[in-house]
Design a protein around this ligand. Structure first.
Ligand code: ADP
Ligand code: MG
Length: 581
């Protein structure tokens, strides 16, 4: 293995003279004050490697020894990843009993003693290659496939597979032979480099289905595709975290990977205390049972935070190759971009806009491109849907991270300060936001089948009503209530109807928070039906009173259980009220 010697230190950036070959992104360990500090190569020039240390470099001296590991940053993948809380380097934070990892300390990411009930899926004589399913174990409530390691290229013949029984993850569960007849023992453990996407699939078809989130302004107005990408930019306090938490609870996904980059100091603590308590409406168990959390701790240097989004994505890709629907959430990716900026500045690279690295846009695009729907070798499909938040300084959507992410993600859920200020939650701006999936013919067709014939045009019609209402409101604000035709008031109130009944949703009300598609369809039909009726109001006051009353009753419907007696009562109230007019 290549060795080196510390030559220069600027905070976490260390220059090392090396005595042999080193690779970009290779992992190395710096021996400082008796502990090994993990680090990553970020630049190599001749015999000099620039490394960023994932720990405090306090006390590090020139001349200190460095050992290179010969591999990139990896995660260990095996049954037992679910319900864990890791840091970006896959240290188990629960095992650490807290958020403060001592310098140089590493913890085991998995339990090597625990027994799993293994059931074979392959048999002696089968031909297998990277990703083939050799067997399965039950992990919580999912079928965790034991796969041929993805780093083993070529075809192999299965010599034997372990019989049904209890095994540790490090036990041999299969023996395979390569073309030369050499035998390899396969265990349940794989190691994947986090920054290099593994092609664990045959192809990546365009997403064609919608991932239901139960959040109306997303599902109804700008749906996220299963295997798709989206991002939520919004100023501090606009509701990014609340929205992501709601989605993690409600989304139609098998596995959740939550990357918490910690906007505020106490947020990470809340993840520890609150997330494990959440109930899972899908399984009746805890949401944590099918979740892995990657958490940046407060004492972690920025450099180590950069790894966490990659670690989260890699765990997502691993479960995807078992044919599962995975949702990867990251809050906030701005922290990641800041880490990239800090590294780039220490390298004294020529900076791009706002001192972010020149290749920021490419880095973000490459990362988002790892999400997707995939077709596996055995014909099954799996998906990683990715949704990140961005916290632009001062809410300025023209800053580089927001702009770069906009190029990379296909859904844009812009949280508006004005909406948050007027407590119109979730503060997703209905006019600025978009979902490019609504332009995919196969998605439109899916919605026709899954929701309702011509659903996409109904959605467009609703957006038009909202836009025209805003325009009318601008006129009213300038010219006064009496200065505009009555029709303008009607337009404004129709848009308010859609806003209050469809777009606003209380994340803290059990019923309102999660609206299934069948219910979203019902409500949009009801609301559009009201908008389509001809009205002859006597004046703008009557128009306002009429719509306010309707909005109140329809909101009561949103708070009532679906198809309950109360729901029906409110529905009748709406009908009676309209017919009275
Ligand atoms: P951010 O992550 O953008 O800084 P948060 O998600 O922490 O903002 O939200 C800030 C506050 O806004 C929350 O504590 C909550 O009071 C309110 N809020 C956000 N979204 C909603 C919602 N959908 N329903 C009700 N209140 C909300
Ligand atoms: Mg937040």
């Amino acid at each position: 293995m290549t060795k080196g010697e510390v030559q220069g230190i600027i905070s976490n950036m260390v220059t090392v003279r090396v005595d042999g070959p080193v690779a970009q992104n290779e992992i190395c360990y710096v021996r400082a004050e008796g502990v090994d500090l993990m680090a990553e190569v970020i630049k190599v020039v001749g015999e000099r490697a620039y490394i960023q240390v994932y720990d405090s470099t306090r006390g590090l001296r020139t001349g200190d020894r460095v050992e290179f590991a010969g591999h990139m940053l990896e995660v260990e993948l095996a049954p037992g990843l679910l319900s864990r809380i890791y840091d970006g380097l896959q240290n188990d934070l629960v095992a650490m009993e807290g958020l403060f990892i001592e310098r140089g300390m590493r913890t085991a990411p998995l339990d090597y003693e625990m027994l799993w009930e293994f059931e074979p899926l392959a048999a002696a004589g089968d031909t297998v290659s990277a990703g083939s399913w050799l067997g399965r174990v039950r992990e919580q409530w999912i079928d965790h496939k034991i796969m041929m390691p993805f780093m083993m290229a070529g075809r192999y013949e299965v010599r034997s597979v372990a019989p049904e029984g209890s095994y540790k993850i490090t036990d041999t569960i299969a023996v395979v032979a390569d073309a030369e007849g050499r035998e390899h023992n396969i265990t349940m453990v794989q190691r994947w480099p986090v920054k290099m996407p593994i092609r664990a699939y045959v192809d990546k078809p365009r997403p064609s289905r919608i991932m239901e989130t139960g959040v109306r302004p997303i599902d109804t107005f700008n749906p996220l595709a299963e295997g798709g990408t989206g991002f939520i930019p919004g100023p501090f306090g606009a509701g990014k975290t609340v929205l992501q938490h709601a989605i993690s609870k409600q989304a139609d996904a098998d596995i959740i990977v939550f990357v918490a980059c910690g906007e505020r100091a106490n947020e990470v603590v809340e993840i520890f205390t609150d997330f494990p308590k959440l109930d899972d409406p899908r399984t009746g168990h805890k949401l944590m049972d099918r979740t892995t959390i990657i958490c940046n701790t407060s004492n972690m240097p920025v450099a180590a935070r950069e790894a966490s989004v990659y670690t989260g994505m890699t765990i997502g890709e691993y479960y995807r190759s078992m044919g599962l629907k995975v949702l990867v959430l990251a809050d906030s990716t701005s922290r990641w971009a800041q880490a990239l900026r800090e590294m780039s500045n220490r390298l004294e690279e020529l900076p791009g806009q706002d001192a972010f690295p020149m290749d920021l846009s490419a880095t973000i695009s490459n990362f988002y491109a790892r999400a997707g729907l995939v077709r596996l070798e055995n014909g099954e499909t799996g998906s990683v849907t990715f949704l990140g938040t961005v916290s632009p300084a001062g809410g300025n959507l023209k800053e580089p991270v927001t702009e770069s992410t906009k190029k990379a993600a296909r859904c844009f859920y812009a949280l508006s300060q004005a909406r948050a200020d007027s407590k119109r939650y979730p503060a997703i701006d209905p006019l600025d936001s978009y979902s490019k999936y609504l332009e995919y013919p196969e998605v439109v067709e899916y919605l026709d089948r899954r929701v309702e014939q011509d659903w996409a045009s109904m959605v467009n019609r609703s957006k038009t009503i909202v836009r025209r209402g805003k325009e009318a409101n601008d006129q009213i604000n300038i010219l006064g209530d009496d200065g505009v035709p009555l029709e303008y008031h009607e337009r404004f109130w129709k848009s308010e109807l859609i806003d209050f009944v469809i777009l606003q949703q209380d994340a803290f009300d059990k019923t309102d928070a999660n609206t299934p598609f069948v219910r979203q369809r019902y409500m949009l039909n009801l609301v559009l039906g009201i908008c389509d009726r001809p009205y002859e109001f006597s004046g703008f006051e009557q128009c306002a009173t009429f719509f306010k009353t309707l909005i109140n009753t329809l909101r009561q419907m949103n708070y009532s259980e679906w198809e309950s007696e109360r729901f029906a009562e409110y529905r009748k109230e709406v009908d009676d009220f309209i017919n009275e007019l």
